[in-house]
Design a protein around this ligand. Structure first.
Ligand SMILES: C[S@@+](CC[C@H](N)C(=O)[O-])C[C@H]1O[C@@H](n2cnc3c(N)ncnc32)[C@H](O)[C@@H]1O
Length: 287
């Protein structure tokens, strides 16, 4: 069968299993098996496809187990860099690219680039945030805290393959206890960045099976999803150097609440919108 026929058939199969992203899923699956970037698939349309048994297995898993395509491939891109994605570790999402780009802009603006900069990331997952930052700034050192042991391994493996592990200290632990330990040992950072678990517990029932495939520890942030943000606002301020800042991802519906919460806990806040014009990133400065 030619690639273009396989692409058509794949879409038909995924559509029949009610997978809404059938077109992009097939694009990613087939180009992955061909070992090419998805943008080049159109150039291969007339070529013979020799990976039908492998594709069949992937289609079965996508349909029957609803495993997200990022996990079927075991890798995903974030800001043009590819990251390995270990089973059930949250794969990089679009909003997180805005979080990283915002942090890059702030580091450029606020720090002296001849001096060492130290940042803290809470909840590293695949490591896509810290690793992108470390690759942008050779004078940056990151500390990452991650509770899930598989995600810790995932972060370390990606950091190794991008050659930044010597500037990235990854700690397996719970920020709810480590924050106090950092404070007691006088650890201070120029900035804190986090894409914390922020789905509201009460939305659990509404989530598609693809999201529920991820480890729940990466998803849920308490009743309204703001448990982590509130903890950082209340307990992590002393971890920042004077003139430090915090950059956090959140759901648009949480904006008003977070704005009030941060302001009432002594922070100045700004918001950054995504391409759809929705606020997704909060930047907070201690006042
Ligand atoms: C939404 S994911 C973000 C992963 C990655 N930084 C990204 O943006 O793709 C949240 C991460 O926080 C980790 N996490 C959850 N609770 C934590 C805690 N109490 N302390 C440290 N990490 C935690 C999860 O295991 C997960 O990897």
């Amino acid at each position: 069968m030619k690639v273009k026929e396989v692409f058509k058939e794949c879409q038909k199969r995924l559509k029949n299993c009610s997978i809404e992203t059938y077109r992009s899923d097939c694009l990613f699956l087939i180009s992955h098996l061909l070992g090419i970037h998805p943008s080049l698939l159109a150039l291969k349309e007339e070529e013979e496809f020799f990976h039908l048994p492998e594709l069949e297995k992937l289609i079965e898993k996508r349909c029957k187990e609803r495993i997200p395509v990022q996990h079927l491939l075991g890798e995903w891109d974030c800001l043009g860099r590819t990251f390995k994605v270990f089973p059930r570790v949250l794969a990089p999402r679009g909003a997180t690219e805005i979080l990283i780009e915002t942090t890059i802009g702030l580091i450029e603006e606020k720090f002296d680039h001849k001096k060492e900069i130290k940042g803290l990331e809470i909840g590293t997952g695949t490591g896509c945030i810290s690793i992108n930052l470390l690759l942008e700034f050779p004078n940056l050192q990151m500390v990452g805290v991650e509770i899930d042991p598989t995600a810790v391994e995932n972060t370390i493996e990606n950091a190794k393959s991008y050659g930044v592990l010597d500037r990235f200290k990854v700690i397996k632990g719970d920020i709810f206890t480590l924050c106090g330990e950092f404070k007691n040992s006088n650890q201070r950072f120029g900035f804190i960045v986090s894409n914390p678990p922020y789905i509201a517990e009460e939305d659990r029932e509404k989530l598609p099976p693809e999201v529920l495939y991820e480890n729940p520890v990466a998803l849920f942030g308490g009743k309204f999803g703001t448990k982590f943000h509130e903890f950082y606002a209340t307990h992590c301020k002393e971890l920042l150097n004077p003139n430090g800042f915090m950059v956090l991802e959140f759901e648009p519906f949480q904006k008003e609440h977070l704005q009030k919460f941060f302001q009432s806990h002594g922070w100045k806040v700004e918001f950054v919108k995504d391409f759809a014009g929705k606020e997704r990133v909060l930047v907070a400065y201690p006042i």
